[in-house]
Design a binder for this molecule. Structure first.
Ligand SMILES: [Zn+2]
Length: 309
């Protein structure tokens, strides 16, 4: 059985390979990557994953926390400067889930369980920037391209789709996941260490450009590690593997990030908002948010920026 989406995958991927669009450049780091998958296709996969994921969760809306996701998200979106993205920012009401993601095309979700870990707007800006970095660096498409290459390219995919495949179950799972058959590109499969470090750097640059102090990035990973000492590994770390050198890598890029921050820093203190785990301990919707900031700027984002819908 071949779905219309899968047929489109084949057609577009073949087209991409014949017109030679396989070499692309990653923003910020400038790394050259192998990418067979057209952006439009990844965005379509992202859209369908986004819709199917949101259908199964409870959203937290109309409160200060959901507003914070939106305003910080808009500031990061502005920094990422992706004209073709159709940004959306959702807060999912799951206090036990420490996670966040950004689908290709700019659909972002943050789980309420992440808020006590990021602790403040600057920490939130870093994690959202990191997620957006995975998307703008086309990590999902790159991973899919690599998997297709490993599997013998499109020939293997044809075989699989015709049910004549000798592929292992694991290989099939990779293709199905990557093809977005209800799957979550960039969510289910863990990113590589290279992709994690790259998303860290891009995220830190985005947060700095959006006016948030980049030093907070290092502290967020400290808190993430602490959170994993409790009841199991956070979902975030299972899809975003950690490593020892991660913070060193951030520190290597810190001088550049600080320069950007100095040019763009917000007039108000972005760390006065404090989310704590006690805010999210109960089953009450929304959770709490303490804000000592009496800034009159209104928006949590950088001035009037961000893509608005
Ligand atoms: Zn990541």
């Amino acid at each position: 059985m071949r779905s219309p989406l899968l047929t489109k995958v084949l057609a577009l991927a073949l087209l991409a390979s014949t017109v030679g669009t396989a070499a692309a450049k990653v923003p910020v780091t400038g790394r050259r990557q192998f990418n067979l998958i057209p952006d439009a296709l990844m965005r379509q996969l992202g859209e369908s994953s986004y819709k199917s994921t949101l259908a199964d969760v409870k959203l937290s809306t109309g409160n200060e926390n959901s507003q914070a996701i939106k305003s910080v998200g808009q500031a990061i979106a502005k920094a990422a400067n992706q004209k073709s993205y159709d940004w959306e920012f959702k807060l999912i009401q799951e206090n036990d889930t420490i996670n966040a993601w950004c689908m290709p095309g700019g659909k972002i979700a943050v789980y309420t369980g992440l808020l006590p870990v990021v602790k403040n707007e600057a920490g939130l800006a870093f994690v959202m920037g990191h997620e957006v970095g995975h998307a703008t660096a086309h990590h999902g498409a790159e991973r899919l391209s690599q998997q297709l290459a490993v599997l013998g390219g499109m020939g293997a995919l044809y075989l699989y789709l015709d049910n004549k495949s000798e592929m292992s179950n694991e290989q099939k799972a990779i293709v199905v996941a990557a093809m977005g058959a209800g799957a979550q590109v960039g969510v289910i499969l863990p990113f590589s260490r290279l992709h994690e470090k790259e998303a860290d750097v891009i995220g830190m640059m985005y947060m700095a450009k959006a006016g948030y102090p980049p030093g907070e990035s290092v502290d967020v990973w400290d808190r993430m590690a602490q959170a994993s000492g409790g009841s199991g590994v956070p979902a975030f770390l299972s899809t975003h593997p950690s490593e020892d050198k991660r913070q060193e890598n951030l520190k290597d890029w810190m001088p550049q990030a600080k320069k950007r921050y100095e040019r763009n820093k917000l007039s108000r203190n972005t760390q006065t908002t404090q989310w704590t785990s006690s805010d999210f301990g109960g089953s009450s919707g929304g959770g709490g948010r303490k804000n000592n900031d009496d800034s009159s700027s209104g928006s949590g984002g950088a001035s009037s920026g961000g893509t608005r819908r």
